[in-house]
Design a protein around this ligand. Structure first.
Ligand code: ZN
Length: 311
């Protein structure tokens, strides 16, 4: 019988066990066993899931990583927190393009994600994996799907911004999930970034199943932790690279929708601004972004450990 399993919230170590549901299922299991022994009845088959193109976020543990899962690097010991870095776009989805170098965003984001990975691996305090380490196309749900499958404690999607009609716009912005965009610009960004899934041909909608309340609870906790991380990233990294004055925005970004993994989308700077574009495409710029990110990530997990110890 398909039942909502114990639900592990990876970052806070609490177990949501929907006692009522599980107890009812156990009761049904017992009933069916009794009927089977008395009358030779068998339980009804679980109907096949309807293929209506919707995303179903299961409360079951994600499948264990297979041989094709991204490689987890660094960190001494499997109990170290796991950070999944997602280089935005890839393959047939180039993202924005720098009018100066002509480089597509997908190349810029991959180079930055690799620099952050190398910095984290060198430090050794966390484990790290990339959703892609080459020029491949991934639909958005596969990106956060990888984070869930690997049991990630933090998911960071790396992007580069573009404002074709405002070449003065510059600086980094951090997006976290909200159903309501914080402003028009954030709403526009959601349209642009979510278009990656249309390239994959998937029509997306949210599943409204019996597990909705549990998903909402986990999602809310993840959103709070994501917002905490956003302010920490600004605090730790603003010595290394500039942030926009309104550095934290909210948007309904599909890639941030893992209910149980705190997630941010990090716009590193503007490909359409001459200074930003040169900086985020340079070795020195990437190194500084990686250093700021590493400090924020390490501070984040140190803080989480203290919070868990206090409980
Ligand atoms: Zn992007």
């Amino acid at each position: 019988m398909n039942r909502p399993a114990r639900y592990r919230n990876a970052h806070s170590n609490y177990l949501l066990d929907p006692d009522g549901v599980v107890a009812a299922d156990r009761h049904m299991d017992f009933l069916w066993a009794l009927l089977a022994s008395l009358f030779g009845l068998s339980p009804p088959d679980t109907p096949p899931p309807a293929d209506n193109g919707s995303i179903t976020i299961s409360l079951d543990q994600p499948e264990t990583p297979g041989p094709n899962s991204p490689r987890i690097m660094g960190g001494r010991g499997a109990n170290r927190p796991l950070v999944v870095l997602d280089a935005g776009h890839g393959g047939k989805d180039p993202g924005a393009r720098s009018p100066f170098s002509g480089r597509p965003e997908k190349d810029v984001t991959l180079a930055i994600a690799r620099a952050i990975r190398d910095e984290l691996v060198a430090s050794g305090r966390v484990r790290v994996a990339l959703t892609r380490d080459d020029d491949r196309f991934l639909v958005l749900r596969d990106r956060y799907g990888i984070a869930r499958q690997l049991g990630a404690d933090l998911f960071i999607s790396v992007h580069a911004d573009a404002a074709p009609h405002n070449d003065g716009a510059r600086g980094a912005t951090i997006y976290t999930l909200s159903e309501v965009a914080s402003d028009r610009e954030a709403a526009l960004l959601a349209v642009q970034e979510n278009a990656s899934d249309k390239i994959g041909g998937a029509a997306l909608s949210e599943d409204a199943g019996v597990n909705r309340i549990l998903i909402d609870l986990a999602q809310r906790e993840s959103m709070n932790i994501s917002a905490d991380f956003a302010s920490l990233l600004r605090r730790e990294a603003s010595a290394f690279f500039p942030f926009r004055p309104e550095y934290h925005r909210f948007a309904s970004l599909i890639v941030l929708k893992a209910p149980d993994v705190p997630s941010i989308l990090f716009e590193t700077g503007y490909l359409t601004n001459a200074v930003d574009a040169a900086y985020i495409q340079s070795d020195e710029g990437r190194k500084q972004i990686a250093l700021g990110m590493r400090r924020a990530i390490e501070a984040h997990f140190a803080r989480r450990l203290i919070n868990v110890a206090r409980r």
